[in-house]
Design a protein around this ligand. Structure first.
Ligand SMILES: [Zn+2]
Length: 102
């Protein structure tokens, strides 16, 4: 496949990769300090992109990747909540991501 695919930057590891391997997250419309997974990519507003990977989730929380992606300092992302939401959004995510094998 040589067709061009949209590229996005993971807010955890900062790797630029195909949009389709990343999970989109949006600000919770009910509570702008929280985020929601948007696996169908239909949510409105600014999106943040993250590998469905606990290590990237950890990096994103530590580096404030979500606050930077949304340009909002109100975001309060707890790692536990993020991992739980990740598991819920992608119950079948068991294959190791390519970017951690290099
Ligand atoms: Zn990543």
């Amino acid at each position: 496949m040589t067709t061009h695919r949209p590229q996005r930057t993971c807010v955890g590891c900062r790797l630029v990769t195909d949009q389709e391997v990343l999970l989109r997250w949006i600000e919770d419309p009910q509570d702008p300090s929280r985020i929601l997974p948007d696996p169908k990519r239909r949510g409105t507003g600014r999106g943040a992109w993250l590998h469905p990977d606990p290590e990237c989730a950890r990096l994103a929380v530590r580096r404030g990747g979500f606050a930077r992606a949304y340009r909002s300092s109100r975001i309060r992302v707890e790692l536990d909540e993020l991992l739980a939401a990740l598991n819920k959004a992608l119950p079948n995510a068991s294959c190791p991501p390519e970017h951690l094998q290099t």
